[in-house]
Write a protein that binds this ligand. Structure first.
Ligand SMILES: Cc1ncc(COP(=O)(O)O)c(C=O)c1O
Length: 411
């Protein structure tokens, strides 16, 4: 057996083997998955815009007008009028001074964190932040302090240890695998007291929370207090790519230092045009965000009525914690046999012992589909596998040591 096969076997033995499934046709509430019709309950197409006719038409038209690709990085010849148009519209929508498009959310997070945090600085990162933030910390030459999930006391303790050093606090707004939200007012207050910058990842906030879907920062009215907001175009906005909102000097700094912007091809015109159309729809039809909120409440209610442990919340991300990786996979397969696609999420995406079905609601689901999903999931998850791990409890084991550079634990 060659070494790669041995490594694969080791992954299988740990119950962590992954394989790709294939969806035929567009990303709607119902899809054909590997040829089988299923209710899709794990897509980030929250507002149902990825398959909206206006969004599709905009992408097709842009392909005819501007071509399929941008041909180069933005600093060479890939920066096109259509990029500028989307940046202006996003900045206006979010009330920011400047906006900068990146190739994806992963590239934006990795690029911004590594550009902002320099040798001698400290990055303060929530234990449950997305992998792209973790990798941004690794790429930077700064030290990293992983604070317990949403624990502002732990964060403050760390800030006090690092007094006098350059500091960047970075957090997901809506946490991608738990669906809970960061205590932004407290974080901003601590940042001001300790002279730290704040960066918020709104990947799952934009289109889902805040007034008109403007995100968690807008919900708290903290637009002027947060230094950098990262948002993605590939989730509620139904396209692909990402953006950074900040002030003008920061935008110029990132153009000069963010390696994932400098050394990567600019977004393709169809992806940009699709995002412009999606943003227009979001502005014209804020009821979509309301519908998403109502649907999230319907699913939570249906799950609770079926006896499943659900944490209260308002975001469209609903985790059903199972615990063991194999048990989560088995539950996902049983749900699939009954026509519901709810992907199992295992380490390293979530901490060991907290494998789960991560459910994601869409505005385009019907109430009866969500109620049906509640019944199917109750049948798929046996009572013995319903582990009500309090949200964030698992994260609390990460970085408890309160020392710098404990990122390896959080990977
Ligand atoms: C919180 C968070 N940030 C960033 C990303 C990366 O975004 P993208 O898929 O655009 O690379 C994701 C999702 O994958 C995410 O959940």
């Amino acid at each position: 057996m060659n070494e790669i096969e041995e490594r694969l076997d080791e992954i299988r033995e740990r119950g962590l083997y992954r394989k790709l499934r294939c969806v035929s046709g567009p990303q709607g509430p119902r899809v054909l998955l590997d040829g089988r019709p299923v209710l899709l309950l794990c897509s980030n197409n929250y507002l149902g815009l990825a398959d909206h006719p206006r969004v599709r038409e905009a992408a097709a038209e842009a392909a005819m007008r501007y071509g399929a690709g941008s041909g180069a990085s933005r600093l060479i010849s890939g920066n096109m009028t259509i990029h500028r148009r989307l940046e202006e519209q996003l900045a206006r929508f979010k009330g920011a001074e400047a906006c900068l498009l990146f190739g994806s959310g992963f590239l934006a997070n990795a690029g911004v964190v590594s550009a902002l945090a320099r040798e001698g600085d400290v990055v303060f990162s929530d234990a449950l932040n997305h992998a792209s933030i973790v990798d941004g910390c690794r790429l930077s030459r700064a030290e990293t302090f992983v604070y317990d999930h949403c624990d502002v006391d732990h964060l403050e303790w760390g800030l006090r240890q690092a007094e006098g050093r350059g500091a960047l606090i970075v957090t997901d707004g809506v946490f991608s695998m738990d669906g809970d939200t960061a205590p932004l007012p407290e974080i901003v207050e601590l940042a001001q007291r300790h002279d730290a910058r704040v960066m918020v990842d709104e990947a799952h906030g934009t289109g889902c929370v805040g007034p008109g879907g403007r995100g968690l920062v807008a919900e708290y009215g903290l637009e002027d207090e947060v230094d950098v907001i990262v948002g993605t175009l590939g989730k509620a906005l139904g396209s692909y790519g990402a953006y950074v909102l900040c002030d003008k000097p920061m935008s110029k700094y990132l153009i000069n230092t963010a390696r994932t912007l400098i050394f990567s091809t600019a977004l393709s015109p169809p992806a940009v045009a699709a995002a412009i159309a999606a943003l227009e729809l979001l502005r014209e039809q804020p009821r979509r965000v309301e519908k998403l909120r109502r649907n999230a409440a319907v699913l939570r209610e249906a799950l609770a009525e079926s006896g499943l442990p659900v944490e209260p919340g308002e975001t469209p991300i609903v985790p059903l914690i199972v615990g063991d990786a194999d048990a989560a996979m088995a539950a996902s397969e049983r749900a699939l046999e009954r026509g519901v696609f709810a992907q199992a999420i295992r380490p390293p995406t979530v901490p060991a012992g907290t494998s789960r079905l991560r459910l994601a609601v869409m505005a385009s689901h019907t109430k009866s589909e969500l109620r049906e999903a509640g019944r199917v999931l109750a049948a798929a998850i046996p009572a013995s596998a319903r582990e009500s791990v309090a949200l964030g409890e698992a994260g609390a084991t990460l970085g408890r040591s309160g020392v710098f550079d404990v990122l390896a634990d959080a990977a």
